[in-house]
Design a protein around this ligand. Structure first.
Ligand code: SAH
Length: 233
């Protein structure tokens, strides 16, 4: 899988993509992630990527020319399955959407900045708009890092114990059960008796009950969807 990220601030992405699961998956060749500076596609000496917004509101907008030039040049190397724009008014990033994106071969993530991108980019270049939550970030870079992380951990081989991604929260429409490790007694607080029993079917049953209880209590709307069988992962 290949994910290209087009940005005016490549520095912001250096840390999150170089460590942990994403860093290891990149080194192992499971995913290729390229951070591409938008300024590489400018032609003036100031490498201008933005301009004043039309209208009375203050603020800058990313110009269409460098973005179209960049995406078209990259597309000439190979077509994208999706050209994704990170945007607070986009479709909410959920586990089902993450699962779907992890099955694609080649993605481009376009990071906005300032007031966003010229709307013609969204109308004529972008195929999908994704938000990571109902709040406003300064730029799309952190949203892109979140997406790459969530997608990469689903690629077979990216996580050591492959089954563990399947037992994450949301994967089966439920939140994850609580996890414990040694010591069995810490400051007088024990771990649930069932977990030290070694009886795996009974442990699995307990974990399922815990997942149901936590989902019902913490995320009632998710639980209702689960009960109705609407889990679409
Ligand atoms: N004026 C815009 C917000 C611009 S924020 C509006 O009100 O909708 C600057 C950039 O940060 C956006 O172009 C987008 O790429 C990114 N961004 C901000 N919040 C985001 C979110 N919740 N999810 C994904 N990207 C976001």
């Amino acid at each position: 899988m290949r994910i290209d990220i087009l940005t005016v601030l490549p520095e912001l992405l250096a840390g999150p993509l170089d460590h942990s699961i994403v860093g290891r998956a990149r080194k192992a060749g499971l995913v290729e992630v390229n951070v591409i500076p938008l300024r590489n596609y400018t032609h003036d000496r100031w490498r201008t990527v933005d301009d004043y917004a039309y209208g009375p509101d203050a603020g800058m907008v990313l110009k269409p020319e460098p973005i179209f030039e960049a995406v078209e040049a990259l597309q000439a190397e190979g077509a994208y399955d999706e050209v994704i724009y990170t945007s607070p008014d986009g479709e909410l990033l959920t586990q089902p959407l993450t699962n779907a994106l992890s099955l694609k071969g080649r993605l481009l993530i376009l990071c906005g900045h300032y007031k966003g991108v010229d709307h013609r980019v969204r109308e004529h270049l972008v195929t999908r708009e994704v938000s990571i939550g109902d709040y406003v970030l300064s730029g799309g870079e952190l949203a892109a890092a979140v997406m790459v992380d969530a997608i990469t951990r689903l690629i077979p081989g990216a996580i050591g114990d492959e089954t563990s991604a399947l037992t994450d929260s949301f994967q089966d429409g439920l939140l994850a059960p609580p996890a414990y490790t040694r010591p069995a007694n810490f400051r007088g607080w024990g771990v649930p008796e069932v977990l030290v029993s070694g009886n795996f079917p009974v442990i699995a049953q307990w974990q399922h009950e815990q997942a149901l209880e936590r989902t019902k209590r913490l995320r009632p709307e998710l639980y209702k969807r689960y009960e109705r069988g609407e889990c679409d992962t």
